[in-house]
Design a binder for this molecule. Structure first.
Ligand SMILES: [Zn+2]
Length: 104
């Protein structure tokens, strides 16, 4: 399946982007955001889409790892900034967020 991207005016949970298997939904054209979502597409391929979605929603540590990787290599944010985002926007505890960003 060929990857498709769509601009959308709204996404749930206050997200700016969303990757779903072969579709990327974006609220803006920020290059870092697109890279971030492409990393999620790769994560979904690696784990399988259903397993990925299950882990993302129900396993806080896996969600922290997925997002830490996407913010680190997508937006290239600093570790401190990623920890702050994970705690504030992704309901990750500070300890889990710190553990997730420390994995290189
Ligand atoms: Zn993400």
């Amino acid at each position: 399946m060929k990857l498709k991207t769509f601009r959308v005016p709204w996404l749930p949970f206050g997200f700016d982007g969303m990757a779903l298997r072969w579709v990327i939904l974006l609220k803006n054209d920020d290059k870092g955001l697109i890279e971030h979502e492409l990393i999620h597409i790769e994560q979904q391929k690696k784990h399988g889409f259903i397993k990925y979605m299950f882990l993302w929603f129900f396993n806080d540590y896996k969600r922290a790892l997925f997002e830490a990787e996407a913010f680190k290599y997508g937006q290239k944010y600093s570790d401190d900034r990623i920890i702050m985002i994970l705690v504030k926007n992704y309901r990750i505890s500070h300890d889990l967020a710190a553990a997730a960003v420390s994995i290189k």
